[in-house]
Write a protein that binds this ligand. Structure first.
Ligand SMILES: Cc1cc2nc3c(=O)[nH]c(=O)nc-3n(C[C@H](O)[C@H](O)[C@H](O)COP(=O)(O)OP(=O)(O)OC[C@H]3O[C@@H](n4cnc5c(N)ncnc54)[C@H](O)[C@@H]3O)c2cc1C
Length: 370
């Protein structure tokens, strides 16, 4: 496995439980608490339950009580969904917000100790008759029967399969800020609100069950992005200026933000080639094969679903080609729908049928024939 992100660790956890010998190679020297949150909907949390992680996930993050869509100017409620015991029964899982660093602390328990080899950046890959060879920046190399590229939007494994091609700048960037809730000076906010402007949106939500930490992500159009940085520091004033004119309830939240950074958003055109085909030992999952614009809070969930389906295919089919073909046939139509809706940025803007997305269970959904 290349990449110890959400998809890689979930897949590794399932494959180890199925009896495969799995090693996860991760470029980072360790997991760190980078400044961002993530929402995991029921279709993902029910999968993590199968890995025994649900309680830890909920105690590190927050089981959200509601999501509200509001109009940028009048503040009118455009859509609201309540998450309670009934919705949890219906969807089969909780709707959780969590700090990404805390998520990794939870996820590393998906795999046996010593499974993750940190400081192993894949730099080259070679398929031979008997095995695939992986070469790392630290000089190490290894061989594997199967290589799963779970190495994100700048995937090296994808480069090997499809040719090196950088992701494209999407024309938008995200302000991100995490701050203590006491900076709100007693202002109470709902667990999660999406403020919908005409060309921008802002999503403040709590990150902990104590409701003492808030994350506010605000996406704005940006004509171009120079440089290779994953993020640049910016200011509260800049964040406020980008949302000037928005409703006073949002202004109050943005006045409290601290430690603001701006992250360019990248994507890739759709490509349905997720494995090397005929006899190939290499397959991709998550952002490595299908980055999803972050407007439906679904990219991480798609990586988790991929991981569950791929591990089922590898345990169901003895033949690797059949396993990869069934995995792609099962995943591509659903991921394509999610990519399209994310790109349109319409999810839960108004009345929305959420069942097809939240009720889906990749651990039991039928596998398509190869
Ligand atoms: C602004 C923003 C907000 C988002 N919000 C949400 C949300 O609320 N909910 C949601 O579900 N999704 C969200 N997403 C999407 C989500 O973050 C991704 O879809 C998800 O992280 C993809 O998981 P992954 O496992 O495929 O890749 P990643 O999480 O990117 O993990 C890839 C891993 O591979 C490692 N790696 C990379 N290259 C190499 C290499 N050469 N060698 C070894 N290791 C390597 C990386 O260090 C990393 O650990 C958001 C995305 C953005 C940009």
């Amino acid at each position: 496995m290349v990449g110890a992100g959400l998809g890689g660790l979930t897949a590794a956890g399932f494959l180890q439980r199925a009896g495969f010998t799995v090693k996860v190679y991760e470029q980072a020297p360790a997991f760190s608490r980078i400044g961002a949150g993530i929402i995991l909907s029921a279709n993902a949390t029910k999968v993590l339950r199968r890995l025994g992680l649900e309680d830890a996930l909920i105690s590190a993050g927050i089981k959200s009580r509601q999501y509200i869509s509001r109009a940028w100017d009048t503040g009118a409620t455009m859509y609201e969904i309540v998450f309670d015991a009934a919705s949890e029964r219906r969807f089969g899982g909780a709707y959780v917000h969590i700090h990404r660093g805390d998520l990794h602390t939870v996820l590393k328990h998906a795999v046996a100790p010593s499974t993750i080899a940190f400081d192993h950046q894949l730099v080259d890959l070679d398929e031979k008759a008997g095995a695939a060879r992986l070469i790392f920046a630290n000089g190490a190399s290894t061989e594997a029967d199967i290589v799963i590229g779970a190495d994100g939007i700048r995937s090296k494994v994808r480069d090997y399969l499809l040719g090196a091609e950088p992701p494209r700048f999407s024309g938008a960037a995200a302000y991100r800020a995490i701050f203590p809730a006491d900076r709100l000076n007693g202002v109470k906010i709902p667990d999660c609100t999406k403020w919908w402007g005409t060309d921008r949106h802002c999503l403040p939500y709590y990150l902990t069950g104590r409701r003492d930490e808030v994350y506010a992500i605000g996406v704005v159009p940006v004509s171009h992005w120079d440089g290779d940085e994953a993020a640049v520091p910016t200011t509260r004033e800049q964040y406020l200026a980008s949302f000037a004119g928005f409703h006073a309830d949002l202004q109050r939240v943005l006045q409290a933000v601290d430690g603001v950074s701006l992250w360019p958003i990248y994507d890739r055109p759709r490509n349905d080639c997720w494995s090397g085909g005929n006899g190939s030992r290499i397959v991709l999952l998550g952002d490595a094969c299908h980055p999803v614009p972050p407007y439906m809070a679904a990219g991480g969930a798609m990586a988790v679903e991929d991981a569950a389906i791929l591990s089922r295919c590898l345990t169901t089919f003895d033949d690797r080609d059949e396993a990869f073909a069934s995995y792609m046939a099962t995943r591509i139509p659903r991921v394509a729908d999610v990519q399209r809706i994310s790109l349109e940025n319409t999810w839960m803007r108004g009345p929305t049928d959420t069942d097809w997305f939240y009720c889906y269970d990749p651990c039991t959904a039928p596998l398509k024939p190869p």
